[in-house]
Design a binder for this molecule. Structure first.
Ligand SMILES: Cc1ncc(COP(=O)(O)O)c(C=O)c1O
Length: 373
C-alpha cells in the first residue's frame, strides 16, 4: 500500500494508515467528563501520600516490580512468576498480541468492543478479525469459535464489554474454553470486573490455573482510581507472561505507580465502598432511562450504552451543549461513564429531550415502550 502522507521521511504504510489514539476531550468549566470510564472520586490520601514517598526517582525502578507482584501473587494464590505488572492493562494487550501474532497471523475479538483492540496488531503485522456482537450487544462466542482459522493466534474476550456493558456468563465462558484449541491464547480482559453485580457473570479469578492458555487482565485504573499512574497486570502461565515481558517496553511501570497500587490494595475496603456507590449510581441512572423508554443493554461496567445509531452525532451535540462530555461511536451509539452524582440530573434531562426526538424505529427506543406509544 502506498501512502499519500507528506511526512519528511519514509514511514511504514500500515502505520500511516492507522490514526493515532484519540482521547476523550476535556469538558468546559462546570461540565463533566463522562467519556473515559474514569473513577470520579479523588485519590485517597493514603494512596497519594504513598506514591509520593518515592524520592529516589533519579534511579530507574526495579523492572520486576517485586513488591506488587508478591502482593498480587498472594492475593490470587499463585507464584509470583504467574503475575506480570504492566503500564496499564492496555500495555499487556499490546504485548500479548505482539508476542503471539506476527505478520499475517490473526487475532479475533468481538466488535464493537474496546477501541484499542483494532490497533493492537498494527506494529506486529497481525490481522484484526472482528466478530459482530449479538443483537443484544454481547459477545457471540459461537461466531468467535467459527472465525478461528489456522492463522489465529489470540482471542480477546472483554467482560464487561466496553462500551456496551454486557458480560459473558460463566457457563458460556466454560463452554467456550472447552471448545477453543488448547494451543490458542485466550486473553480475558476484565478491566471493569469490580463493577459486576450479575452473579452469573464470568470472573477470571475462578479459572486461575485451570486453563493453561488463558491470561486474565486486570487494572488499577478503574475501580481503584489510578488511571493517571498507569498500572495493570496479568495472571497466567509464566511462559506466556515471559513472552509478554519480551515484547514489553522495559521499565515502563514506575515505582510511584507500584507504591500507589500497593496502598490501594491496603485500602481495598474503602475503595470497594466507592465502587458500590458507583454501581448503585449506574443502576439508578439505567433504571430511570429504561423507565423513560430507552433500550439500554445490560450495564455491568462503570458506564452504559445508548444505541443511538444514526442519531449518535446529533445526541452527542446535545450532551456537549449541556456540559456533558460523553463518548460517541458514530453511527452506533454513545457510551456514558458513570461519573459524579451531580451529573446525573442533567444527564437524565438531556436524555429525555433526545428520546423525544428519536425516530419510532430507533434502536435506542425500547421495543415495549415503542409499541405502546
Ligand atoms: C476493556 C478495557 N481494557 C483495558 C483498558 C485499559 O486500561 P488501562 O490501560 O488504563 O489499564 C481499558 C481502558 O479503558 C478498557 O476499557
Amino acid at each position: 500500500m502506498t501512502s499519500t502522507n507528506d511526512a519528511p521521511v519514509r514511514l511504514r504504510s500500515e502505520i500511516l494508515a492507522t490514526p493515532p489514539y484519540a482521547q476523550g476531550v476535556a469538558p468546559a468549566p462546570g461540565g463533566y467528563k463522562l467519556s473515559s470510564n474514569e473513577n470520579p472520586f479523588d485519590p485517597l490520601p493514603s494512596v497519594a501520600s504513598r506514591a509520593l514517598t518515592v524520592a529516589d526517582f533519579n534511579r530507574y525502578p526495579d523492572a520486576r516490580m517485586p513488591a506488587l507482584r508478591a502482593a498480587l501473587a498472594e492475593r490470587y494464590g499463585v507464584p509470583t512468576e504467574n503475575i506480570h505488572v504492566t503500564a496499564g492493562s492496555v500495555a499487556l494487550l499490546y504485548q500479548l498480541v505482539s508476542a503471539a501474532a506476527g505478520p499475517g497471523d490473526e487475532y479475533i475479538y468481538s466488535w464493537r468492543s474496546f477501541e484499542a483492540y483494532p490497533g493492537l496488531g498494527v506494529i506486529s503485522g497481525a490481522r484484526s478479525v472482528q466478530v459482530p456482537n449479538t443483537p443484544s450487544y454481547a459477545h457471540d462466542l459461537a461466531a468467535i469459535l467459527a472465525a478461528i482459522t489456522d492463522r489465529t493466534r489470540i482471542i480477546l474476550l472483554c467482560s464487561p464489554n466496553n462500551p456496551t456493558g454486557t458480560v459473558i456468563a460463566a457457563a458460556e465462558f466454560e463452554d467456550f474454553m472447552a471448545r477453543v484449541p488448547a494451543t490458542l491464547l485466550v486473553a480475558l480482559d476484565e478491566a471493569y470486573c469490580e463493577f459486576v453485580t450479575d452473579g452469573s457473570a464470568v470472573n477470571g479469578r475462578d479459572y486461575i490455573g485451570r486453563y493453561p492458555n488463558l491470561v486474565i487482565l486486570r487494572t488499577f485504573s478503574k475501580a481503584y482510581g489510578l488511571a493517571g499512574l498507569r498500572v495493570g497486570y496479568g495472571i497466567g502461565d509464566s511462559r506466556i507472561l515471559d513472552a509478554a515481558r519480551t515484547a514489553a517496553i522495559p521499565l515502563a511501570v514506575t515505582d510511584a505507580a507500584q507504591q500507589a497500587a500497593l496502598a490501594s490494595l491496603d485500602a481495598e475496603r474503602e475503595l470497594m465502598a466507592r465502587v458500590a456507590h458507583l454501581t448503585a449510581r449506574r443502576d439508578r441512572a439505567v433504571t430511570a432511562l429504561r423507565t423513560a423508554g430507552w433500550n439500554i443493554p445490560e450495564a455491568q461496567g462503570n458506564f452504559f450504552w445508548l444505541p443511538l445509531g444514526e442519531q449518535t452525532e446529533h445526541a452527542n451535540r446535545l450532551f456537549t451543549d449541556a456540559g456533558l462530555i460523553v463518548r460517541p461511536f458514530p453511527p452506533e451509539g454513545i457510551r456514558v461513564s458513570v461519573g459524579e452524582d451531580a451529573a446525573i440530573a442533567t444527564l437524565l434531562s438531556v436524555a429525555e429531550t433526545i428520546l423525544s426526538d428519536l425516530p419510532a424505529d430507533s434502536p435506542a427506543r425500547s421495543a415495549q415502550k415503542a409499541s405502546t406509544r
